[in-house]
Design a binder for this molecule. Sequence first.
Ligand code: FES
Ligand code: FE
Length: 341
Amino acid sequence: MSDDFSLAGEWLAVCNGDDVPAGSTRAFIVADERIVVWRDAEGVAHVWRDYCPHRGAQLSLGAVTNDQLVCPYHGWRYDTLGQCVLIPSNPSLRPSKRACATAFVAGEKYGVVWMCFGEPAHALDFFPEAAIPGGRRINLAPQTVKSSAPRVVENFLDMAHFSFVHVGILGEDAHTEVPDYEVVESADGLEARQCRFWQPAGLPGQGGAMMDYVYRVKRPLVAKLTKMASGAMGALHIMLVASPVTQTETRAWLVSIHEGETSHSDEELYDFNMEILLQDTPIVESQWPKLLPLALDAELHQKCDRMSVAYRRWLAGMGFGWGTTSAWKKRERAYCATLPP
Ligand code: FES
Ligand code: FE
């Protein structure tokens, strides 16, 4: 991880659980660290540094054998705690305690594998809506977004782009106004309430309707929303996870819970959510700077941007550095305009 410790106590999404079947390994990069996720025969997902302490080979290139991860280079075998238990070239030696892979705190919830570089400072409880009886969970495949994780999260919290980026689904020319809404900050994070927006097809199978939204951000890189057509039954709950690859690259995906949804297949619900996610990607990638500017004079905020402003203030208040910049201020706007595309 970089010298920025703002991620140290955070649960970070790594991948969907289905990406790592039992007995397999997968390589990822999380916050500049090479990570291996492997799953033992009991179904437990392990998240380790993708690094063998013998000669630095990538453990993700190895194999899972008898619940041990075997390094691809000289065959050292590591148990589920990361301790080396066999050195094949010196089989009579008992491996020292230093012959140990780095195992991170890991958890699996909502169909997502999570990790923490240090000790988790918060519970892994971002999405209680996943337990709603009868809710159908759809996990999108992670998508690479060449921008910072906070830019990705802020886009998820933004309603004013619906009529331009999601034309015909979440907005249209005739309805561009964002009615004023309220943002409340508490120990549980941020909540935007009384959000309303007219949408031509805001839910699968839904015709034009005024939609009610609630947005919540409990931790910096996970956000969620609940939406439903005004007066209707059956809400859609969506959690956005922004897995930080580098300061300016993110793997993002949506986990959605569809309440009372019986008229569409899983594939249709998947495609509905994926189309929206992919519409956002090129716009977020075009934003400059890629780091989210926390100084409030760096960009131009309007009433409709209440939640974005609250998010930036909240990140600044907690000293959250990853994917953000405090150096980008008003004067840079003129400089930015002179940059080549
Ligand atoms: Fe892993 Fe040698 S580098 S066993
Ligand atoms: Fe969007």
